[in-house]
Design a protein around this ligand. Structure first.
Ligand SMILES: CC(C)(COP(=O)(O)OP(=O)(O)OC[C@H]1O[C@@H](n2cnc3c(N)ncnc32)[C@H](O)[C@@H]1OP(=O)(O)O)[C@@H](O)C(=O)NCCC(=O)NCCS
Length: 216
């Protein structure tokens, strides 16, 4: 994939010469995430070998301003963590016959957030999901807005309000605006105090009649 978006950036399949920049971007976009959960240059290069269609970047000139990593997986009936679903970020868990495109992250550089780039990436992922004959996208979004209210409620209460649509979260609300439907919180999904170590499991089906329910 390679196309112009928003009249000035290029959204394209990731290629190895940009892997070092992708790794640097991770550190900027996820400043409180544990080091073990930040993707490295070597891991990005491995993703491109394992599942090239699922790896994308957005360029402003020759600078990587956004990036996403995905793999193919089935919907899990048990709890899982970020490191489990990603084979410790190496993508050994990619299953070419699986039913869903599972997004591990979308990273938009803070200077470029809120300009429509995230939406373009989620749309491009949905196109890949369609081309590969999957049911759509799954992801676990980080409720990073919890950090601001952590003295007022627990992460479980925060997620409950989020799922009921009673509060706005910078990440999870953006994802629902792009098309995702929230399922349930995955507690202890990753090691990031900003989101209470939690992520919210969500999906964006290609067929609107596909419904995923809580099973965890
Ligand atoms: C979450 C993220 C991927 C969204 O990408 P983005 O380029 O900033 O978002 P967009 O500009 O494409 O906005 C998409 C929609 O979300 C909404 N949105 C964006 N930021 C928002 C915010 N802070 N609060 C509420 N809604 C927001 C936009 O209004 C837009 O909806 P609309 O078109 O109906 O108005 C990006 O901000 C990011 O990288 N955040 C930090 C890392 C992260 O949390 N990644 C995702 C989880 S792994």
């Amino acid at each position: 994939m390679k196309k112009e978006i928003l009249g000035k950036y290029i959204l394209q399949t990731a290629t190895p010469e940009y892997a070092a920049q992708q790794a640097e971007l991770q550190k900027i976009v996820f400043p409180t995430l544990s080091v073990e959960e930040l993707m490295t240059e070597a891991q990005y290069k491995k993703h491109m070998e394992i599942f090239p269609e699922g790896q994308m970047i957005v360029l402003d000139g020759d600078t990587v301003i956004a990036s996403t990593t995905t793999l193919l997986q089935n919907y899990h009936t048990g709890h899982h963590t970020f490191l489990e679903i990603s084979d410790n970020l190496w993508l050994g868990t990619h299953d070419p016959k699986a039913e869903w495109l599972y997004g591990l992250d979308v990273s938009v550089h803070p200077a470029y957030q809120g300009k429509g780039i995230g939406r373009e990436i989620y749309k491009a992922r949905q196109e890949v999901a369609r081309q590969l004959g999957t049911k759509g996208q799954l992801t676990a979004g980080m409720p990073i807005g919890f950090d601001k209210v952590k003295d007022q409620m627990t992460i479980a209460e925060y997620c409950e309000k989020l799922i009921k649509g009673e509060i706005i979260d910078p990440t999870v609300t953006a994802q629902t605006k792009c098309g995702f439907i929230l399922v349930e919180p995955l507690f202890d999904y990753l090691d990031d105090p900003r989101s209470g170590h939690c992520s919210v499991l969500m999906y964006w089906p290609l067929d609107k009649d596909t419904v995923l329910k809580e099973k965890h």
